[in-house]
Structures are given as C-alpha cells and as structure tokens.
Design a binder for this molecule. Structure first.
Ligand code: GRF
Length: 194
C-alpha cells in the first residue's frame, strides 16, 4: 500500500508541482499525494492540485487540518511553502511524520522570521558565497527538526533576493523535496509492512 501524502501550501505551489512531476516521472514510487491543504483560498497551488486531479481544501484552523488528515488517513504531511506555524500540540501528534522544505542550509538563516525572500535577503546581506535548501522533520522548534537532505547552491555576483530565490528553488528545493519525500514514504511503507 502506498504512503498517503498531504501537502500543505500557502502560495505559488512550485514545490507541490515538483512533487506532482516526480510522482508522474516514477521518482516517488512509494507515495501518492491524496490531499492538498492551503491556508489561503487564493493560493495558485490550489490550481496546480486541481490540474493534477488531487483533492484540495482551504483550512483556516489546525482543528480543520487535523479532521481532514484523520479522515483521509494521511501518513506523511509535507509543508511546501506553507506559511503558518503549526503548534507544538499539532506537531507532537505526528513525530517524524511532518517534513518541511526551507530555502537555506540550516542552521544558517532559519527560525523565526526567516521565510520566503527574507531568507535570501539575509544570505546576501551576510555575504555568503554558498547557500541552498534543506528538508527537515518538523517539531516544536521552527526549522529545528532533524535534517533529512540538503543541497548547496552558489551565490552569483549581482544576485538579488529574487534571482537567488529562483536559483535555490530550481537547483535545490525542487530536487531534494521529491527525493526526501520518497525516502520518508519508503521508510513508512517498510515500517508498515514489517
Ligand atoms: C519558497 O520561497 C520556498 O523556498 C518556501 O516557500 C516559498 C514558496 O514556495 N518553502 P512554493 O512555490 O509555494 O512551493
């Protein structure tokens, strides 16, 4: 039986699209995306879910998310550009079953206030020559869970936060999130079949 994935989104959904494309290409054989939950009704990620024939919902509270996760028998929750912080109560219910993609090489430029473009602004103002992305388990500490995969990306002369964000997404996020999803799905599947 395939590992059942719910993807939580808030924005453009390019990381969701990378997961959808990976599944189609056979690079996510152990899991299937059965649900997309958005914190915002205007998230383009919802269009991507619809085009892929994946059930979606807009949830404004954790209780709503919990009810859907339970009803749909979700095994793995993937935060992909999800902009709300999940409470310690919520994350404690799913130890090693929630993963997140963060657009830096944790422990650099992570934690409270480091999200979206702010991460790349901080990397550029610090003057790092290499940045990248991290997939990690989610616990009660923002961006504090065990690291699963990372991928480095060069900062180039003249980079703006936008050009750097695009390169990190294309060269790192969209590569390691599907890979990490498959690692986690295969592990969950193996545990279930043991
Ligand atoms: C990106 O900056 C990504 O690094 C972070 O959320 C933002 C939007 O991602 N995880 P997406 O296009 O909605 O997947």
């Amino acid at each position: 039986m395939l590992t059942r994935i719910a993807v939580l989104v808030s924005g453009g959904g390019t990381n969701l699209q990378a997961l959808i494309d990976a599944r189609r290409a056979g690079a996510l054989p152990s899991g299937e995306i059965v649900l997309v939950i958005s914190s915002r009704a205007d998230a383009y990620a919802l269009e991507r879910a619809k085009s892929a024939g994946i059930e979606s919902a807009v949830c404004k509270t954790e209780d709503e998310i919990l009810a859907l996760i339970t009803e749909k028998k979700i095994d793995l929750i993937i935060l992909a550009g999800y902009m709300s912080i999940l409470s310690a109560d919520f994350t404690a219910r799913f130890p090693q079953r929630i993963i997140n993609i963060h657009p830096s090489l944790i422990p650099a430029f992570c934690g409270k206030g480091y999200y979206g473009l702010h991460v790349h602004e901080a990397a550029l103002s610090y003057g790092v020559k290499v940045t990248g992305a991290t997939v990690h388990y989610v616990n009660e500490i923002p961006d504090g869970g065990k690291i699963i995969l990372q991928k480095a990306v060069d900062v180039e002369p003249g980079d703006t936060p936008e050009t750097l964000q695009q390169r990190v997404m294309r060269q790192a996020e969209w590569v390691i999130l599907p890979r990490a999803a498959e690692l986690c799905c295969a592990k969950i599947k193996k545990e279930r079949e043991a």
